[in-house]
Design a protein around this ligand. Structure first.
Ligand code: ADP
Length: 327
């Protein structure tokens, strides 16, 4: 409004387009939206990084615990962070737990080893006393039968105790292998002769063929246990009037011994489990405790060898042992 003389007033009206302002506002909105999104993403990334950094010690503790679990080695410990914060407490708690676990496992192994050892003498006395009494001609048939049953069970107990003792010793590292030169063919013949009577009772024929004069460096009594167990299993899980074929072969660095039977066989689902301690497919058929094969596997590994099985349910099983000539 403009005033000039005679009270005259002039109105000036201006017209301007608001189009530009609307455009500006729209751009501003888009800009704000993009800026907001960028900010959200930025804050997200920063928080993730910070969280990751904060949780890194937890991650490293988890990895170390996994390593201890996978390596089955309870003597390992977590490294303790220098800063005495929550991570320090967590690592200390884990280490304390590992310490207690290790101690309780050690005590258990020592206990098994001590008990087995203490049981050996009374069982040996029981066996020799039964054998001595059975020699007495004046015993009635009933008494003889009773004593034979006691003797059989005592022998079985003695076998189980020696398996337990061996496993306990192998675990606590007190089982030392004494190496000597062994001729495998002869060793296997000796073992088969020992089991001949048991096999004949079921009409099972044991045959040995293949390479002779295979010399390896090994612990004779432990290797005898390997073949005793495998052939004994071939008889126990064999069929009446069946067979067990033992084949020996020389490879470049290894002796290969296969023990095959035409017995009940093992189903695919049980093939992996038979090596586990105390695992038995059919408890009623077994005369043991399911310790034999885990002991066999330990001995073969201690000789840097390998053992595996091929089997078909209802047809039979073949255990194949590879033993290096020299360690
Ligand atoms: P066990 O004392 O029961 O014989 P082992 O450790 O020697 O224990 O064997 C574990 C299980 O593997 C046995 O209970 C049996 O079910 C199975 N097994 C072992 N050898 C044979 C075989 N030659 N034929 C069929 N099954 C077998």
């Amino acid at each position: 409004v403009y005033n000039y003389g005679n009270n005259q007033t002039v109105w000036i009206r201006g017209i301007d387009s608001i189009h530009d302002i609307e455009d500006f506002m729209a751009s501003l909105r888009i800009f704000m939206l993009v800026a907001f999104l960028v900010l959200v993403i930025f804050v997200g990334i920063i928080s993730y990084r910070m969280l990751q950094r904060a949780l890194k010690p937890v991650d490293s503790i988890c990895k170390s615990v996994d390593q201890i679990r996978d390596g089955n080695n309870l003597t390992n410990r977590l490294s303790i962070p220098e800063k005495k914060d929550e991570m320090y407490k967590l690592a200390m708690t884990f280490n304390d737990m590992f310490q207690r676990l290790e101690e309780s496992f050690e005590n258990e192994k020592q206990f098994t080893s001590d008990v087995s050892h203490e049981l050996r003498t009374p069982i040996a006395v029981l066996i020799s006393q039964c054998e001595y009494m059975l020699e007495n001609e004046q015993l009635s048939e009933d008494d003889k039968m009773g004593l034979s049953i006691i003797l059989r069970q005592a022998n079985r107990m003695s076998k189980l105790i020696s398996q337990l003792l061996m496993i306990a010793r192998s675990e606590n590292g007190t089982l030392k292998l004494s190496y000597e030169e062994i001729e495998l063919h002869m060793l296997i013949e000796m073992v088969s002769e020992e089991l001949e009577e048991k096999a004949t009772k079921r009409g099972i024929e044991i045959t040995i063929d293949g390479a002779k004069e295979i010399y390896i460096s090994g612990d004779q009594s432990l290797l005898m246990r390997v073949f005793l167990n495998l052939i004994d299993n071939g008889i126990t899980y064999g069929t009446d009037n069946g067979w067990i074929h033992i084949h020996l072969e020389k490879q470049e660095h290894n002796a290969v011994i296969s023990i095959e039977d035409n017995g009940i066989g093992i189903s695919k689902t049980n093939l992996e489990k038979i090596w586990n301690r105390l695992y038995q497919v059919d408890q009623s058929r077994s005369h043991g405790m399911g310790l034999g094969l885990s002991m066999v596997q330990w001995i073969v590994k201690a000789h840097h060898g390998t053992i595996h099985v091929e089997s078909e349910l209802g047809k039979g099983s073949k255990f194949i042992v590879h033993l290096p000539f020299t360690l």
